[in-house]
Design a binder for this molecule. Structure first.
Ligand code: HGY
Ligand code: MN
Ligand code: MN
Length: 409
């Protein structure tokens, strides 16, 4: 079996950690200067590994193997959430590249082509998995025309132009050549650590359903406006947020989750009653029926807030993803490799985070491997994984890629 080079693996991960470094993590929002620096650097490392590399019109960094037989795609993403962790994305990228290098050094995969892809904007700065959905042909130009950055509102077209990508074609290959997609990722939760396990074989990936909830009131003086006549948009949303958090446990069941991660009060001044307020409500489950019931509950409570208070309140759907089931054959390959390297220290588990694998799962057999996150922390600059777990995961990922490739030969 191929063997990885742990020094090379950690060297690449630590180099990526230095690009856009922020405290012990990174700040590399999609299409930012640091993100593009990371993309171009990684493209160079892919070329050194013998891949034919392009950065396409949506920022996907695609490395194609020279082999002309059945193809396997491996990869993840390079950008980060704002001021977040160094491994969310890059771990899967360096694993994929190290698998190609190790398999090549062990004699190669014959006619089977093992490609590597860094898919743009998995972190959703501009949309939902736009890079991997573009690769599989699920993005229209009109979606890009209207997309804006979640933090600053920058149009995606402007961000692409600033990144030097305007006018470049997006690479959307004939997917009939692809037989599998494999991705490694940090777990981003505490399940593996709590169970003292080192590897997770992913069974399913949640979908995100996300909504903007807007309250319209009347901006006025915070001191002279009598309480009885106020139309406080901020109070309307905060009351609704509490109602939703009280009502959702009954409809969400054991594993579904929901988050209000952003509330904006306008004009956001301490002596002015907010005339407008908006919050983003996000829910996740791998069960579409469950999500529909949660959406029904949300819709009812927003309608009640609109009718029952002094402000108008409306619900604006933003995105409705599709949950994904991971291929059982690829799960078995990960499990066999995990058992070889870490007998008894692996488990099959669902993913509470979304991943590019769910874009691929609609078009080809797809699978994911998790390594533990220390303290279950992610989307924070303290995100980390032990070097031992990083190296072990790379060995298992490489073996699984080699197993899947051998099965296609
Ligand atoms: O939010 C997510 O699930 C992913 O980490 N972007
Ligand atoms: Mn990720
Ligand atoms: Mn993430």
């Amino acid at each position: 079996m191929p063997d990885i080079n742990p020094t090379r693996l950690m060297g690449d991960l630590n180099h990526l950690r230095s690009i856009g470094a922020f405290k012990s993590g990174v700040h590399r929002p999609t299409y930012s200067a640091d993100d593009m620096t990371a993309r171009h650097w990684f493209a160079g490392r892919m070329r050194e590994a013998g891949l034919d590399v392009m950065i396409d019109g949506i920022g996907n960094v695609i490395g194609l193997a020279a082999a002309t037989g059945p193809r396997i795609m491996t990869g993840s993403h390079l950008e980060s959430q704002n001021h977040a962790g160094w491994l969310d994305g890059p771990l899967g990228m360096v694993y994929a590249l190290e698998a190609v290098r190790a398999i090549t050094e062990a004699g190669g995969s014959g006619a089977v082509a093992i490609d590597v892809g860094a898919f743009a904007d998995e972190e959703g700065h501009f949309g939902s998995l736009v890079g991997s959905r573009s690769f599989v042909g699920d993005v229209e130009e009109a979606e890009i025309d209207v997309a804006r950055d979640m933090t600053r509102g920058t149009p995606m077209r402007d961000a692409l132009a600033a990144a030097g990508l305007a006018g470049k074609a997006r690479f959307t290959p004939d997917l009939s050549h692809y037989r599998a997609y494999l991705e490694a990722h940090i777990e981003q939760g505490d399940w593996l650590e709590a169970q003292r396990l080192s590897l997770g074989v992913v069974t399913s990936i949640v979908a995100i359903w996300q909504y903007r909830i807007v309250a319209d009131g009347v901006q006025n003086h915070a001191g002279t406006t009598r309480m009885a006549i106020r139309k406080d948009a901020g109070a309307a949303l905060m009351r609704l947020a509490t109602t939703l958090h009280d009502a959702f446990p009954a409809v969400a069941g054991e594993r579904a989750v929901w988050t209000i991660g952003r509330i904006v009060l306008e004009p956001g001044q301490v002596s002015i009653i907010p005339g407008r307020a908006e919050m983003v409500f996000q829910m996740r489950s791998d069960d579409t029926d469950r999500l529909s019931r949660m959406e029904q509950c949300l819709t009812e409570h927003v309608a009640a807030a609109d009718l029952g208070g002094p402000c108008r309140v409306r619900l604006e759907p933003m995105r409705k993803g599709v949950p994904a089931t991971m291929d059982t054959g690829i799960q078995a390959a990960f499990e066999s490799a995990a058992q070889r390297h870490a007998p008894g220290r692996h488990v099959r588990m669902p993913s509470g985070a979304i991943h590019d694998a769910q874009s691929f799962a609609r078009h080809m057999p797809s699978g994911m491997l998790f390594v533990p996150s220390i303290g279950g922390i992610s989307h924070h600059w303290t995100e980390d994984t032990s070097v031992d777990d990083i190296v072990l995961g790379a060995r298992v990922f490489t073996d699984a890629v080699a197993l899947v490739a051998a099965g296609l030969a």
